[in-house]
Write a protein that binds this ligand. Structure first.
Ligand SMILES: *Cc1c(COP(=O)(O)O)cnc(C)c1O
Length: 348
């Protein structure tokens, strides 16, 4: 259908996708864009975050979360994560705000990350952010479809970004992303910014923007995948529950907060002797991945950025021990048994 109508950029399927994303997350507006990274970037641009501003981010996340702060000229300020959920630690966020303020930076935004599919502690983070007077931008690249306290990802922060990178729970056949928000004014600015700062019509430019539009073909793929998305989330939860039953007590299994659900973007355990475990599983034909081996405050690209404490110990500890196991909705119990058996051999 897309090939027939030929509206390859922002075609009718994109509009349909935006309506369905908004409905699924319970927010009034969804603005799609070219990637999860651009979604974060557009939100910071729309809030006019820039030089002299501090953007608070967890150190244990993918580089994009912090990169966008630097891209708009602001300073990423790193906070530590909780050892239970691997998500932004509200106490460390308080310390990060103090450090940034003492360094003469102006607090501008907090970007909590819903790592591996579990929402961050938005009630606690929102309280800190409100006291400081900054908006919360949820990096929901890994968590679309999850919930906290009965509320879906998308409605937990002033704005929430999604990624449709192929390996995410809702993955396209290429790059894509979106921003979800209840703020219609923000949604309008995002629509303008993703199309070169357009005004009322295409060649009317009212602000400096970028090209960050979603391809219609990707929207068509995502619409088809949305039809089975809820079933896939349920299937992922079953796989995760089975892993945890089999592995609890043998390795560190992921913990989901009582009021939260996860969409299990990754099933990530904590192991000792990780290098040997990876080699042993690899020898059995089992692929694993490390998300993420180096915390962002230790990356050369972010050298010199302020941190909540001299050492972000939990982030560093996790970076040395986490291991993501095979996880997808169609993983058969027999395949899971093979992974578990190989993991036990490696630990023996
Ligand atoms: C994947 C991811 C992003 C970036 O999304 P892209 O679509 O790849 O640009 C940002 N933050 C987190 C936490 C991610 O996992």
């Amino acid at each position: 259908r897309v090939l027939a109508h030929g509206q390859f950029i922002l075609g009718p399927e994109v509009e349909e996708l935006e309506a369905r994303l908004a409905a699924l997350s319970g927010v009034p507006a969804a603005v799609t864009c070219s990637s999860g990274t651009d979604a974060l970037l557009l939100a910071l641009m729309a809030w006019e975050v820039g030089p002299g501003d501090a953007v608070f981010v967890p150190a244990f996340t993918f580089a994009a979360t912090a990169e966008v702060a630097a891209l708009v000229g602001a300073t990423p300020v790193f906070a530590d994560v909780s050892p239970d959920t691997f998500n932004l630690d509200p106490d460390s966020l308080v310390a990060a705000v103090e450090v940034a303020t003492a360094a003469g930076l102006r607090p501008a935004a907090v970007i909590p990350v819903d790592l591996f599919g579990q929402p961050a502690d938005y009630p606690a983070i929102g309280k800190v952010a409100a006291e400081v007077g900054v908006p919360v931008l949820a990096d929901g690249a890994q968590s679309f479809g999850a919930s906290l306290g009965g509320r879906r990802v998308g409605s937990l922060a002033a704005a929430t970004t999604l990624s449709f990178f192929p390996s995410k729970p809702l993955g396209a056949y290429g790059d894509g992303g979106a921003v979800l928000t209840a703020d219609q004014g923000l949604a309008d600015r995002l629509r303008s910014l993703r199309a070169h700062g357009k005004g009322a019509d295409r060649y009317d430019h009212v602000r400096i923007g970028i090209n960050a539009r979603l391809d219609t073909l990707q929207a068509a793929v995502l619409l088809a995948k949305l039809d089975v998305f809820e079933a896939e989330i349920a299937a992922r939860a079953e796989v995760a529950q089975r892993y945890s039953q089999l592995l609890d007590g043998e390795v560190g299994v992921p913990r989901v907060a009582e009021t939260a659900t996860s969409v299990w973007a990754q099933y990530t355990v904590v192991v000792e002797g990780r290098k040997a475990v990876i080699a042993h599983l690899g020898g059995r034909g089992i692929a694993t991945a490390v998300h993420y081996p180096i915390p962002l405050h230790r990356q050369p690209a972010f050298a010199g950025c302020p941190t909540a404490a001299p050492d972000l110990e939990v982030s560093q500890w996790l970076a040395e021990r986490v291991l993501s196991l095979p996880m997808h909705p169609y993983l058969a119990p027999e395949e899971q048994d093979r992974v578990v058996a190989a993991l036990r051999e490696a630990q023996a």
